[in-house]
Design a protein around this ligand. Structure first.
Ligand SMILES: [Fe+2]
Ligand SMILES: [Fe+2]
Length: 307
């Protein structure tokens, strides 16, 4: 365990009880880059967000009494508060897509059934390991998006603001589920096997589900044969900004015995958003600050803890 990395990041986790005033025109039918395949790829992930957030909250809550480290305990409580608010706001966002006739609600029900089945069969430690794995993937996607905010230039500003608030908070708490798992499970070889088993399980469930969700949404939207849009999505996923290649780059290190989420210290990026939000309290301006900061020489410089 990279103990030095465990010491960082906890003071970053802050609950912001934000309410976004989303209306149907803000969540366009093809809200991401005005592109069907790219939008439905994002929707395919967002289907699992509200219930997935409640699941990771629940799994952290069940481990609270086993935690030895008071810092991990405190961060876990803050993490639960953050995820509760994320779930609420993403419920509203998904409902607006449904209002456009995009039947994400059917896929949400499918995800809930799979989640309930896993919850009934898995121990608290294994649910915690799966939660840590999903949180690592979420943090990795957030990291790619935060470093490429221009990808959202064609997205409604309020919706981009919601997504970037979420990306920032996913980064703030990116080590919490991992540390909750390590602290509660006791670590060692058994802990390592459970942690990596959780990632393997999250992968074999999550990836096929993403493909199925995507195919269903495209079919339902009569876009399955839109080749131009498919090529555009392939470009976004693999080349610019390379969302999928970015995830893959951070996927394998998770299997290292000494891996820790803060091995990749990207606090410098979220600090840009946070400084603007602390000054103005405006999530749209905070997103714009991030948008303008890209390319500065100090863009990803880690923020060192105060002496
Ligand atoms: Fe979240
Ligand atoms: Fe999260």
């Amino acid at each position: 365990m990279a103990l030095a990395n465990r010491a960082i990041g906890y003071d970053e986790v802050v609950t912001r009880d934000l309410h976004f005033t989303l209306t149907p025109d803000m969540v366009d039918r093809h809200w991401f880059n005005r592109d069907p395949w790219a939008t439905h790829w994002m929707n395919a992930i967002l289907v699992a967000v509200p219930d997935g957030e409640r699941w990771v909250m629940h799994s952290a809550r069940r481990q609270l009494d086993k935690l030895q480290d008071p810092k991990v305990h405190k961060a876990a409580l803050e993490f639960i508060r953050q995820e509760r608010i994320h779930a609420r706001e993403h419920d509203a966002m998904n409902a607006l897509a449904v209002a456009h006739g995009i039947r994400m609600d059917r896929l949400e029900q499918l995800f809930k059934r799979i989640r309930k089945g896993l919850q009934e069969r898995l121990s608290d430690d294994m649910q915690s390991a799966v939660a840590a794995a999903f949180e690592h993937m979420t943090a990795t996607i957030s990291s790619v998006m935060l470093e490429n905010p221009e990808v959202f230039d064609d997205t409604h500003p309020e919706l981009a603001a919601l997504l970037f608030w979420h990306f920032v908070e996913e980064t703030e708490h990116k080590s919490v589920s991992f540390d909750v798992f390590c602290d509660a499970s006791g670590g060692g070889v058994r802990g390592y096997l459970k942690r990596t088993g959780g990632m393997a399980l999250a992968t074999v469930i999550g990836f096929p589900l993403l493909v199925v969700n995507h195919a269903y949404l495209l079919y339902q939207d009569r876009q399955l044969t839109n080749l131009r849009s498919a090529l555009y999505l392939a470009d976004i996923l693999l080349r610019r900004p390379g969302i999928l290649s970015g995830v893959f780059l951070h996927y394998l290190p998770y299997y290292r015995p000494d891996f820790h989420p803060w091995d990749d210290d990207n606090r410098g990026v979220i600090r840009v958003w946070k400084q603007e939000f602390e000054k103005s309290g405006d999530v749209r301006l905070a997103y714009q600050a991030l948008r303008q900061a890209k390319g500065r020489p100090d863009w990803r410089r880690p923020v060192l803890p105060a002496a």
